[in-house]
Design a protein around this ligand. Structure first.
Ligand code: GLA
Length: 480
């Protein structure tokens, strides 16, 4: 009990995102600075406990020496010692040493817990933005037949170049994340390290990471907390957490997408925090993206939010309007619990933006981007940047929608009104006025399917107060 309380207290003081930015090491520094306060806090808890015990022991068996020793050990003041039975200097010294060692033990336990619990990485204070190949390029490994579409160094370098030259990076899309199917089927024999496919990533991951960084981008990689990765079935992290975290740190990885295939539900509950702790211990800040809830029948979101920067809560997205709306429905059906646990440093991930591929119309593309922004989702594109149509590129780089997604208040939105297939989604955003009233991002959604004219525009009348806009001063409206 005490250690958990203490952990929250420590977490909020030392490693809160606004205090702690660059490196984990800063947390360690704070830790040393705060040791004195730690001792006081620990003694304080000890004394309260001592006071209660003393009260009980003196009332129930007032004269029993054994119990009195216990009560001295846990008592808080000299007055108490004098009034009672231990008088010798030696006895009092024992009491002091005992108190001190108990306090140190408490500190040790609290901080050991803190190492295991709590992400403390100060990253992803706004939802991460970037690119990932999976929905578009899947697990294509045949570079002889599909040289432009296979998961390879050349696809990643080409995408890095386009992110940088086509304005995506400037718009915020910084994380270039390699998904599944990048690895050799087995670990290196002597070191047991993961190794990238020799044919498809001939320069190795360190060099690729350097290239990505040289363009001002961030480098992400996929892994799996279980025995094998989901589609490629390459080696999972099981049994090698420390080594794999260190390997990623060595390669200059900035973001890890950790999948959960080939692991039992118990392994998952244990594995995600443990891998997060292993990443923490490398000293390299890496955003931690977890698929944890997706593999649980009843996800514990408060636990997940403690360990991950983002988490997948729904099935894999596909390149279709139905898939986008299914994920929206999944979100809205759980929106109270999902929004309760999300905020700066911890985001609900509805999966990638499929804009720019084959099957979303322009309107459906607008829908996906708008809703992803309103629910404060990570904006991770999956497309071939070389072939994205100009109007979709413009949409993807729309600064107003991106500003909503990246709003510093970090409050995810919800569906607040629905009638037939019409919905209103609302998110609280900045600016906040002098009276503490926030602004709102509002998305009106027409999912179509109406009898007479399934795809026609519809008219929706809804009083503003019904969707939470209650300021008497009114609002100025900006449309995107
Ligand atoms: C799972 C994940 C996907 C993708 C594949 C790769 O299905 O949910 O996003 O990473 O694995 O195998």
């Amino acid at each position: 009990m005490v250690s958990l309380l203490r952990q929250e207290w420590f977490y909020s003081r030392s490693c809160k995102p606004d205090v702690f930015h660059a490196k984990y090491k800063q947390c360690t520094m704070f830790f040393f600075l705060e040791i004195c306060v730690d001792i006081q806090m620990s003694l304080y808890f000890l004394f309260i406990y001592g006071g209660i015990l003393r009260h009980l022991t003196t009332r129930v068996v007032p004269k029993q020496r054994a119990l009195n020793v216990a009560h001295y050990i846990l008592s808080s003041t000299h007055t108490i010692y004098k009034k009672t039975f231990i008088s010798s200097f030696a006895d009092q010294m024992i009491v002091h040493c005992w108190q001190l060692s108990m306090a140190l033990l408490l500190i040790f336990i609290c901080n050991a817990l803190r190492l295991v619990y709590g992400l403390d990485n100060g990253l992803a204070l706004v939802p991460p933005m970037g690119w990932m190949p999976f929905e578009r390029f899947r697990c294509m490994t045949d570079c002889a037949r599909f040289p432009k579409d296979c998961i390879s160094e050349s696809l990643i370098r080409r995408t890095a170049d386009l992110l940088s030259s086509e304005g995506y990076a400037a718009a915020g899309y910084k994380y270039l994340i390699i998904d599944d199917c990048w690895m050799e089927a087995s670990r290196e024999e002597a070191t047991h390290e993961l190794q990238p496919s020799f044919d498809r990533f001939p320069s190795g991951m360190r060099a690729l990471g350097d290239y990505i960084h040289s363009l001002g981008l961030k480098f992400g990689i996929y892994h799996d907390v279980g025995q094998k990765t989901c589609m490629f079935r390459g080696p999972g992290a099981a049994g090698h957490f420390k080594l794999d975290a260190q390997t990623f740190a060595k390669w200059g990885v900035d973001y890890v997408k950790m999948d959960g295939c080939y692991a039992s539900e118990n392994d998952i509950d244990w594995g995600y925090p443990a891998f997060g702790a292993a990443m923490n211990q490398t000293g390299r800040p890496m955003v931690y993206s977890c698929s944890w809830p997706f593999y649980k029948s009843k996800p514990n979101y408060s636990l997940i939010a403690k360990h991950c920067n983002l988490w997948r809560f729904a099935v894999d997205i596909q390149d279709s309007f139905t898939s986008v709306t299914n994920i929206m429905t999944r979100y809205s059906s759980k929106q109270d619990i999902l929004t309760a646990h999300s905020g700066p440093g911890r985001w609900n991930d509805p999966d990638m933006l499929v804009l720019g591929n084959f099957r979303l119309s322009y309107d459906a593309s607008r829908l996906q981007l708008a809703i992803w922004a309103v629910i404060a989702a990570p904006l991770i594109m999956t497309n071939d940047l070389e072939t994205v149509r100009p109007e979709i590129k413009k949409l993807l780089q729309n600064p107003d929608v991106i500003a909503i997604d990246q709003d510093p208040l970090g409050q995810p939105g919800k569906i607040v009104f629905a009638v037939q297939n019409l919905q209103v989604w609302v998110r609280h955003v900045s600016p906040v006025n002098a009276f503490g009233q926030n602004s709102f991002a509002v998305a009106f959604v027409n999912q179509g399917g109406f009898d007479a004219c399934p795809l026609c525009p519809q008219t929706l009348e809804v009083p503003l107060y019904r969707i939470g806009l209650k300021s008497r001063m009114g609002y100025s409206v900006v449309f995107f």
